[in-house]
Design a protein around this ligand. Structure first.
Ligand SMILES: NC(=O)c1ccc[n+]([C@@H]2O[C@H](COP(=O)([O-])OP(=O)(O)OC[C@H]3O[C@@H](n4cnc5c(N)ncnc54)[C@H](O)[C@@H]3O)[C@@H](O)[C@H]2O)c1
Length: 370
């Protein structure tokens, strides 16, 4: 490809595509014009509406027609969870770079097939969510790698809200809904990004709200909408994960890392990144700090909030990174290996919830350097 132009196809023109990605196309990213070469949605009206609103060159109801367009060099997959693996596999086989919404697949076998096909075809594979790219996550990794927290003993992460009231598929197994796959993936991505690979998972899972009003109509819920996982990391640290659609409001830290020498809290939107250390060389004085930078840091007492934008789940972060990796022939973060590890924790977590038996995790990944 020429580095001045990248033809992007967007498959799945629903809420997330319209909100997070489509407003970013047909403009230069890292000096490369990212053109919306085509869109696809199996609901033809949705594809047509997105094509018109975001100036797509072509529009299809069958994603295979989009994959046949030579000018589509990379695709963004923003369909329902159940179709991610099938579409990612077909896209890689067609020689397209792939950025796929989370999770990569519903089963580890499907994930393996996608990863193998992307490798065979020599295309990039990037999987949402992009928390690892977030400045907050990078900052937390720096702090941990510096030794400021001592030995990491435990990690807590929460991904909760009250559940979308406009997308019924999220609440049915047949539709591919799963709070573990849809929300647990966020908390597990943070936890594994900060504490490394997981070796064992135990879980409790349940349906707390069996009937919901969606688009004004009552719907039965046949998924677990409330899950709690316990993790044992390969490092020996322990983890505590909560993911649900049953929380109305939450001001608890979303991600916390506890070490023998310090603590990090990454808060709910709008609240500060907080660090507690009692070693002079890392934080200055003993106490809670909100460091602006850790390398060459300026540490100061907690008075200011870290803006929500710094959470880095912003789409131009992941789309920008994807484009950059294609242009510079680099491995995306996170790629298939990490996404596959997180998926295995979720799949085995669901099994642990069903059976009451802790499950071994067989996959691993190479953590990013601090
Ligand atoms: N990163 C985040 O913070 C975040 C937040 C919410 C949702 N998501 C993820 O984004 C994805 C989409 O979620 P959404 O909320 O936009 O759902 P949605 O239902 O609004 O959109 C999905 C779209 O995909 C279309 N579609 C389904 N199967 C298709 C197929 N085979 N070919 C073409 N189009 C198809 C549907 O018609 C629909 O328009 C999910 O994987 C979800 O987990 C991510």
């Amino acid at each position: 490809m020429n580095n001045d132009r990248l033809g992007l196809g967007v498959i799945g023109c629903g809420v997330i595509a319209n909100l997070m990605y489509l407003p970013l196309v047909n403009r230069k990213i890292h000096g490369c014009m990212v053109e919306l070469a085509a869109v696809s949605d199996n609901v033809a009206e949705k594809a047509a509406a997105a094509a018109q609103a975001f100036d797509a060159r072509a529009c299809y109801s069958d994603y295979r027609d989009l994959l046949a367009v030579p000018g589509v060099e990379a695709v963004l997959i923003t369909t329902n969870i159940a179709s991610h693996a099938e579409i990612a596999l077909a896209a890689a086989a067609a020689g397209k770079h792939v950025l796929v919404q989370k999770p990569l697949a519903e089963t580890t076998a499907e994930a393996d097939a996608v990863i193998a096909e992307a490798q065979r075809a020599g295309v990039k594979l990037q999987v949402e969510p992009s928390h690892m790219l977030s400045p907050l996550c990078a900052r937390a990794r720096d702090v941990i790698a510096s030794g400021a927290l001592g030995t990491i003993s435990s990690v807590e992460a929460r991904a909760t809200h009250s559940g979308a009231d406009d997308r019924p598929w999220l609440f049915t197994r047949a539709g591919g809904g799963s709070v573990m796959l849809d929300m647990g993936v966020h908390a597990l991505t943070w936890a594994a990004s900060l504490a490394g690979p997981v070796g064992r998972v135990a879980a409790f899972t349940r349906t707390t709200v069996p009937t919901r009003t969606i688009n004004g109509q009552a719907h039965d819920v046949d998924i677990d909408d409330n899950v709690a996982l316990l993790l044992e990391f390969e490092s020996g640290a322990l983890g505590n994960i909560v993911a649900n659609y049953t929380t109305i409001a939450d001001q608890a830290p979303q991600y916390s890392v506890y070490g023998t020498e310090g603590t990090i809290h990454v808060g709910a939107p709008g609240s500060p990144f907080q660090l507690y250390v009692h070693k002079e060389q890392y934080g200055g004085s003993q106490g809670w700090l909100s460091p602006t930078l850790f390398r060459g840091h300026k540490a100061r007492p907690v008075t200011e909030t870290t803006p929500y934008e710094a959470h880095g789940v912003q789409p131009d972060t992941s789309l920008g990174h994807f484009v950059e990796c294609i242009l510079e022939d680099r491995e995306p973060v996170p790629g298939g290996e990490f996404a596959r590890h997180v998926l295995e924790i979720m799949v085995k977590g669901a099994e642990a919830g069903r059976t009451g038996v802790a499950q071994q995790i067989s996959s691993t990944f190479k953590p990013l350097a601090g």
